[in-house]
Design a protein around this ligand. Structure first.
Ligand SMILES: [Zn+2]
Length: 207
């Protein structure tokens, strides 16, 4: 019924598949009603546990799988509403964390010395046990080169930050969603010459 609702109200069609490499697996988990937001790549889970067997809940979770966030998490929500967190059950407060919108850049005007890097670090911290989700929004002044050796943005999603994170420097990387393993996620932008900027949004919590 919830699937029919989305099919009838939008141009989205749902096709049952056990083999598509990117697909949503509907299951009944004790953890309750939840879904990843948007396509994560691979098999992702949408759970309708006990108490979730209602049309409006199923339709809500499917909306998450299609890429919708909660409206109260919008970065600009304080211009429209006031959240009184005292009225929210403490362990549910993460649902009211705002999406943050950040732009950082690196500038290196001196391209004479080979190893002259200009770096800019931004460290996102969440409370213990919470995860961070970063979405790349725009990039300017980039060079799309394998390994992003000249310029790029590096997001350290692994909990051990000694590892190099994945680097992005190509137009097609825009829209990429990165979810941290732990509660701290360093974001580094670097430049070997000229100037580049990177805008991303992040939010803390889970769905
Ligand atoms: Zn939700």
């Amino acid at each position: 019924m919830a699937i029919a609702f989305w099919q009838n109200s939008t141009c989205v069609d749902f096709v049952e598949s056990q083999t598509n490499p990117n697909r949503v697996r509907f299951l009944r988990d004790d953890g309750g009603c939840y879904s990843d937001v948007g396509m994560m790549g691979g098999v992702q889970v949408l759970s309708l546990g006990a108490g979730c067997e209602y049309f409006y809940i199923a339709a809500h979770e499917i909306a998450h799988a299609l890429g919708f966030f909660h409206e109260q998490e919008r970065y600009d929500r304080d211009t429209a509403i006031t959240v009184n967190s005292g009225n929210v059950i403490p362990d549910q407060r993460f649902n009211y964390n705002k999406t943050q919108s950040i732009t950082i850049g690196a500038n290196n005007e001196f391209d004479t010395e080979y190893e002259t890097f200009e770096k800019c670090n931004y460290i996102i911290r969440a409370p213990m046990g919470y995860k961070i989700e970063v979405i790349l929004k725009t990039m300017t002044g980039i060079d799309c080169i394998p390994g992003c050796v000249y310029k790029g943005i590096e997001v350290k999603a692994m909990s051990d930050h000694r590892y190099t994170g994945i680097r992005y420097c190509c137009e097609e990387d825009i829209g990429t969603k990165i979810v941290s393993e732990g509660n701290v996620m360093p974001v580094i932008v670097f430049n070997r010459y000229e100037k580049s900027t990177y805008a991303f949004t992040y939010r803390i919590g889970m769905q």
